[in-house]
Design a protein around this ligand. Structure first.
Ligand code: GLN
Length: 697
């Protein structure tokens, strides 16, 4: 909702782009009002002020001889769309509405916008009079069109359109669109950093072309942190990118690309050419303007760069720190007060505030005027220059130790040490804090010694809690499905009856405590299994904590598993006896070839427990994989069908890719059978090196 600030930043970016010699400028999704305006998108003021900013931009002397697209909501025939507006030299060329909206995770786009589904169609849009007076236009094209300049063709994809299996860049690139521009609002989650890079690389590797991915960076008023990582892709490589985790308000990234390289790349992919020749044409908005000029042979071309992904530790240290900085400077507060207990939660918070101070000092040292201006305002000192992060931390950050008679001397010491150590980049006390048993310190000490620990209180470990959390939220498990997964995951340590007890305990506690999440203070969204009730985890907060139906289903499954296991044991021992008796060397027919012992990889342990999982219907599918043996799904040594987990496919790959549909987790994808009776699908990838030509990757 910071229209003034947003317009200033857009103009700043245009100025920087022109200074870098760019002929085209794009920016993030909804950059005029901001992406996270939420129900403000219902307000006509939001639409009016957005158009007012467009009016300013159209008339601004900076906005000449450069093609620009900006993001804003536009109401067309009483329906609001999430749009890019493209303009050049005081004329609007096209308003391109988003075709595919996003409602995953924290996104709720369909609450405010409607997707434009008139594919390859444009209509007349009647622009407001304040705009007509500037451009002289009464109507402008609105819809799914592309822009044909004298030298190339430019098309638009808005954020989610890149993620969707029916991505717009595919038909556009087949129709000769060479530059695809994507204004995005993509937020960060730990270990998600590779996703945008892989999508841009894969889009341009398969379709050829140049891809401009302009993403928002920072907190724009909500719990999420937009990751930045704007980048330019070309024919399967990344040629330019911005850096993640910076306090810089406007950062541009430019690249010089050779359009001939797009044409060469595409014409060499023969199968693509056949499809391109049959592709349906997009409406083209003809513009007498060129992005290139006759002298461009002298320009050095951008080369592929290495795109590194931050480690999860860096993501934790810098993402929330940048978000806190935005929180602090926007909220008009003077700093932070933290009750520091010496436990993991408050100590991590303290470390993140310190990380924020470190980033501020660094940004000021790098000449970031805006950061200096903000920090001066926050500390109320117009000539202040933060040179030392410890000193800055002393001004912005205050901790208090709120002891009771149940507080132990150990935690107090750890809190004290941390408050003293905050200030070098060397916080050895963090090791002690992490190593200490988590405790609420609510129960009396026993002669000064702690007797209470969280894990004992909860009856479960934090590691177990994390597993439950991921299964509950990410994998959408109710009690019964969670039990079904855990009997395999924990086959080396628990019998099904024990797993059943653990799952029931978790769900009982979950349901009696769930209502407490409704009063959580706003926090940084970091993880896919976040329990935040306000924006992310939309489940009811009051339950029948006895879960009668669900727990009965678990009990029945345990009973079945135990009966089957006993039967199989009896069968085994009688078959052993008869084998001995007849002294036959024949093996028993493999009646269990499709079955699955509960043992997992720890056969001995499971034999000790003597429990096996019923076979369940399996479909065997044989696929031949002629190369990349490291991607072959390993068959379980014991022949079980425990659900496949993503595996690492070697250098440059990440194990956390299952959501993005890469090779590493085909079972997950296929496991969602619509046939209720079929829960597990077995897939075999065969590596037949002798019969195939090897392919170098
Ligand atoms: N704004 C959007 O369309 C978001 C798209 C995308 N799914 C993401 O996670 O970033």
């Amino acid at each position: 909702m910071d229209f003034q600030g947003n317009m200033d930043r857009i103009l700043d970016s245009i100025q920087q782009a022109k200074a870098a010699g760019a002929m085209y400028r794009s920016g993030p999704e909804m950059e005029i009002p901001g992406y996270s305006c939420a129900d403000h998108f219902y307000e006509s003021d939001t639409m009016l002020h957005s158009w007012e900013v467009v009016a300013e931009l159209l008339q601004h002397p900076l906005c000449v001889d450069i093609m620009i697209d900006v993001g804003l909501p536009v109401m067309h025939k009483n329906v609001t769309y999430n749009c890019r507006l493209v303009f050049l030299n005081r004329k609007i060329l096209l308003i391109r509405p988003k075709l595919i909206l996003c409602d995953d995770g924290n996104y709720r786009e369909t609450r405010w916008f409607t997707a434009w589904r008139k594919i390859r169609q444009v209509e007349d849009h009647y622009i407001p009079r304040i705009i007509s007076r500037i451009t002289g236009q009464i109507t402008v094209p609105f819809g799914d069109a592309v822009i044909a300049t004298r030298d190339t063709c430019i098309g638009y994809e808005i954020c989610e359109e890149l993620w969707n299996p029916e991505s717009s860049h595919i038909p556009m690139s087949l129709d000769g669109v060479e530059i695809i521009v994507n204004g995005s609002g993509s937020y960060t989650e730990i270990r998600k950093g590779y996703v945008c890079r892989d999508l841009v690389m894969s889009a341009t590797a398969r379709s050829g072309g140049c891809y401009l991915f302009a993403n928002q960076r920072g907190c724009d008023g909500d719990r999420v942190y937009f990751s930045g990582n704007s980048m330019i892709g070309l024919n399967g490589s990344i040629v330019a990118r911005t850096l993640p985790y910076s306090l810089q308000e406007v950062e541009i990234v430019t690249a010089t690309i050779d359009l001939e390289s797009v044409r060469n790349y595409r014409s060499l992919v023969r199968s693509r050419c056949l499809h391109a020749a049959q592709s349906q044409a997009y409406p083209r908005i003809q513009v007498n303007f060129a992005l290139s000029n006759d002298e461009d042979i002298f320009l050095p071309l951008s080369q592929p760069i290495e795109y590194t992904i931050p480690t999860p530790e860096e993501e934790i240290l810098y993402g929330p720190a940048c978000w806190l900085w935005d929180y602090l400077r926007r909220s008009g507060q003077g700093g932070f007060l933290l009750p520091l207990s010496g436990g993991v939660d408050s100590s991590s918070t303290a470390t993140i505030v310190y990380s924020m101070c470190h980033l501020v000092v660094q940004a000021v040292a790098n000449g970031e005027e805006k950061v200096l201006e903000d920090v001066r305002r926050i500390v109320s000192q117009s000539d202040y220059v933060p040179r030392d992060r410890r000193e800055l931390c002393g001004r912005l950050f205050h901790t208090v130790y709120m002891a009771t008679e149940n507080s132990s001397i150990e935690t107090k010491n750890r809190a004290k040490l941390l408050s003293q150590q905050i200030g070098r980049l060397n916080l050895p006390v963090l090791g002690d804090i992490l190593g200490a048993p988590p405790t609420a310190e609510l129960e009396p000490l026993d002669e000064g010694t702690l007797v209470q620990t969280d894990e004992a209180d909860m009856g479960m470990t934090y590691a177990e809690l994390a597993t439950y959390g991921k299964l509950r939220k990410v994998e959408c498990c109710g009690p019964y499905s969670m039990f079904g997964k855990l009997i395999h995951m924990w086959s080396d340590r628990c019998s099904p009856a024990e797993v059943a007890e653990k799952v029931k305990l978790f769900f009982r506690y979950y349901s009696v405590n769930r209502h407490k999440m409704t009063i959580l203070t706003p926090a940084y969204h970091a993880e896919t299994y976040s329990p935040d009730d306000h924006r992310f985890d939309h489940r009811q907060f009051l339950y029948n904590y006895r879960w009668l139906w669900q727990f009965r289903a678990i009990d029945k499954a345990v009973e079945k598993l135990e009966t089957r296991s006993r039967d199989e044991q009896v069968e085994r021992s009688s078959s052993n006896r008869s084998t001995k008796d007849s002294q036959s060397s024949h093996k028993r027919p493999s009646s269990r070839s499709c079955s699955n012992s509960f043992s997992g990889s720890t056969g001995n342990e499971s034999q000790r427990r003597g429990v096996e999982v019923p076979p369940g219907p399996l479909i065997q599918t044989g696929l031949m994989e002629s190369h990349k043996p490291e991607c072959v799904l390993q068959d379980h040594p014991s022949g079980t069908h425990t659900t496949a987990e993503p595996i690492d496919c070697g250098p440059g790959s990440e194990t956390d890719r299952k959501r993005w549909g890469c090779l590493s987790s085909p079972l997950h994808t296929l496991g969602h059978s619509t046939q209720k009776s079929c829960r597990a699908v077995k897939i075999t990838l065969v590596h037949l090196q002798h019969h195939t030509t090897s392919v170098q990757m």
